[in-house]
Design a protein around this ligand. Structure first.
Ligand code: FES
Ligand SMILES: [Fe+2]
Length: 387
């Protein structure tokens, strides 16, 4: 049995932070990407989000995508198994209940005639949908949604951006996937074996790590990169390899769990969309602003190797760790200052959180917390600092 065939742990994925654990089902009051816009046509697509099945369909007459709960009000049959009899509506396959796609109103129960008395009296739940950056976004939160642009990295909204995308379902709680993304130490060990990182000489460790705020993002700074080191009683690590070149990447995170990594050749964005408390939808995007003539080259680079080496093999190392994260009692160490900063942001800024805290105003390069001593082996967090 290989590592990836091990079943996920039976225990719930928890931390020592009760307020953070309370967010395991996901932060609803945000827009999330679900599908590539080009994949949504007149044939419905069903996806589970926040524990609920949603049907997405593009209505030709309206020329846009709609999202409705994928469960017929009559007997619970998935609506996505049905068909379209009239523009702007969709009918359940079982007995022909016909719903308005925009409002969810039951327009007719076709098999009970035009005078059926429940027509117009029932409504299926619908959700706001927006198409931006080649993706379909949905808002499943309370009240009037904010502008969708609030929840999309600005770079993705720039005109002239080429974009390639992988969307998959992965095991593990969404928060642990976000933690893995912003976890400073994991890249220095886990990703040494990646095909994508074959030519990278990754630092052994850093000193003076601190997390800083830049607008909506948490970013990192450090005093010094240490490429190799002598470990007393053990030896030298990592081994020098002549084909590797020193490489360090900028990794950022923002609400509601969007990750970014800036490479020379492209920007990578990762959205972690809660399906339920044990699975998430992994929306991976590589993007670059390019003149039209270079876009086919970017596309070919993606499909020839970047997708397999980066989105699949490299990021599968991450999702495997997410699948097996079930920390329970944990002992954090110096580089985990990144996790602490993310958890604090998540608890303190969740839109519409129980704390009643308003989203923190954007600030330029405000330090979130000081660096931990470089020689600290483990750091016990005081109980009152936990979210
Ligand atoms: S279950 Fe949908 S119409 Fe009967
Ligand atoms: Fe990673």
């Amino acid at each position: 049995m290989t590592k990836s065939q091990l079943p996920p742990p039976a225990e719930k994925q928890t931390t020592a932070w009760p307020k953070y654990d309370a967010l395991e089902a996901g932060l609803r009051n945000y827009w999330y990407p679900v599908l590539q816009a080009k994949r949504v046509g007149a044939k419905p697509v069903s996806r589970q989000l926040f524990g609920e099945r949603i049907m997405f369909i593009r209505d030709r007459a309206a020329g846009k995508v709609f999202a409705v709960r994928d469960r017929c009000l009559h007997r619970g049959t998935p609506l996505s198994l049905g068909m379209q009899d009239f523009p702007g509506t969709f009918s359940c396959v079982y007995h022909g209940w016909c719903y308005d796609l925009a409002t969810g109103e039951l327009r007719a129960a076709l098999t009970d005639g035009p005078n059926c008395r429940i027509a117009g009296k029932l409504r299926l739940r619908t959700y706001p949908v927006a198409e931006r950056a080649g993706l379909v976004f949905i808002y499943m939160g309370e009240g009037e949604p904010p502008p969708v642009e609030e929840d999309i990295p600005e770079e993705l909204l720039e005109p002239g951006r080429m974009m390639c995308c992988r969307i998959s379902t992965q095991a593990g709680n969404w928060r642990f996937a976000v933690e893995n993304h912003f976890d400073d130490a994991h890249a220095q060990y886990l990703h040494r074996s990646g095909v994508f990182s074959f030519f990278w000489h990754i630092p052994a460790y850093k000193t003076g790590i601190r997390v800083v705020r830049e607008g909506k993002w948490l970013d990192r700074r450090f005093d010094k990169l240490h490429w190799e080191a002598d470990y007393p009683g053990l030896g030298h690590w990592p081994k020098h390899r002549w084909w590797k070149r020193r490489s360090y990447l900028r990794v950022k995170v923002r609400m509601p769990g969007i990750g970014a990594v800036h490479y020379k050749e492209f920007d990578a964005f990762k959205f972690h969309v809660p399906i339920d408390d044990r699975n998430f939808r992994f929306v991976q995007v590589v993007s670059k602003k390019l003149p039209a003539w270079r876009r086919p080259i970017f596309w070919a680079q993606y499909w020839l190797y970047r997708r397999w080496a980066y989105h699949v093999q490299f990021n599968n190392q991450d999702v495997l760790m997410t699948k097996y994260s079930h920390t329970g009692p944990e002992r954090l160490f110096g580089p985990d200052i990144s996790l602490v900063a993310w958890r604090k942001m998540c608890v303190g800024e969740a839109r519409g959180s129980d704390d009643g805290l308003a989203p923190q105003a954007a600030a330029d390069a405000v330090e979130i917390s000081g660096s931990l001593p470089a020689d600290e082996e483990t750091v016990e967090l005081p109980a009152d600092s936990r979210g």
